[in-house]
Design a protein around this ligand. Structure first.
Ligand code: ZN
Length: 267
């Protein structure tokens, strides 16, 4: 199975495209040794957001890693950012080292197979669930959840803000929604930015159609908020997670309340 789906009836669909760590048979040996640990994974988001089922949201998350095929890139692999980025089947890790053993990166024919086998099923499920929720509620929000190391010099300068909201500059969801989320976070101890370095990847841009009542927003969370980034094995650091979870929950509850729907008339 390329993904896991938990259905709820709230007008909120959560997507986690980069949490998967299962490599299909035979793939691991083709990856360069530094890539086998899957260092660019959005670690442990299902566990961190363990409260989502209580909110009645629908949650879709990937079984396989972005190293195999990146579900947050367009199928034609057109670049999403003017700055350095990684592609549909990443040739390099975030830090720039080759991801594949020499000659082992999937070619165009294999890429087509991977698209059919892993990429399309995830996007078909996203499309179906967002249609179901809009049918039920008139409007819905897709929240695309990510996390990344707080410092990746090749991808961004300095230390990333803790919460990075992305609306594709208001094209994927109305500014009133981002404002409501900013307000929900402002009392907390975390830094935040909207449409900074991470203004939304392919999923946010593709599925955000506010004029049709289909909203999308990306949250890229700094891993420093819930992990000890220097630890050898990725694991949730309980103290940090206990501090950040109420703020993540505030984001989920604000998103679920449908700020977008209520303020749409003001747009
Ligand atoms: Zn991600």
């Amino acid at each position: 199975m390329a993904f896991h789906l938990l259905r709820g009836d709230a007008p909120l669909l959560v997507s986690m495209p980069h949490v998967g760590t299962t490599l299909p048979e035979g793939l691991e040996a083709r990856l360069a040794p530094p890539a086998r640990a899957l260092p660019d994974t959005d670690w442990l988001l299902v566990e961190l957001y363990d409260f989502l089922p209580e909110l009645g949201v629908t949650r879709l998350h990937a079984e396989h890693p972005r190293q195999l095929i990146d579900l947050n890139r367009p199928p034609d692999d057109a670049p999403l950012y003017a700055t350095t980025t990684t592609g549909l089947i990443p040739a390099e890790l975030f830090d720039g080292v080759p991801a594949w053993q020499p000659g082992e990166q999937p070619d165009a024919a294999e890429q087509a197979v991977l698209l059919d086998r892993y990429w399309r099923p995830y996007h078909d499920a996203l499309s179906q669930e967002r249609a179901r929720l809009r049918e039920r509620h008139g409007e819905m929000l897709l929240l695309d959840l990510h996390s990344i190391r707080s410092e990746v010099p090749r991808l961004f300068e300095g230390v990333l803000p803790d919460f990075n909201l992305g609306t594709n500059r208001g094209h994927a969801s109305p500014p009133s929604l981002a404002r409501a989320l900013e307000e929900a976070l402002v009392e907390g101890p975390y830094t935040q930015v909207t449409d900074g370095r991470f203004r939304g990847g392919y999923i946010t841009r593709r599925y955000g159609e506010p004029a049709k009542g289909l909203h999308a927003l990306q949250l890229e969370l700094s891993q420093a908020t819930y992990m000890d980034e220097a630890a050898l094995a990725p694991r949730i650091e309980d103290g940090r997670a206990a501090q950040v979870r109420p703020w993540l929950r505030a984001v989920g509850e604000t998103a679920r309340r449908g700020e977008a729907a209520r303020t749409r008339g003001a747009m």
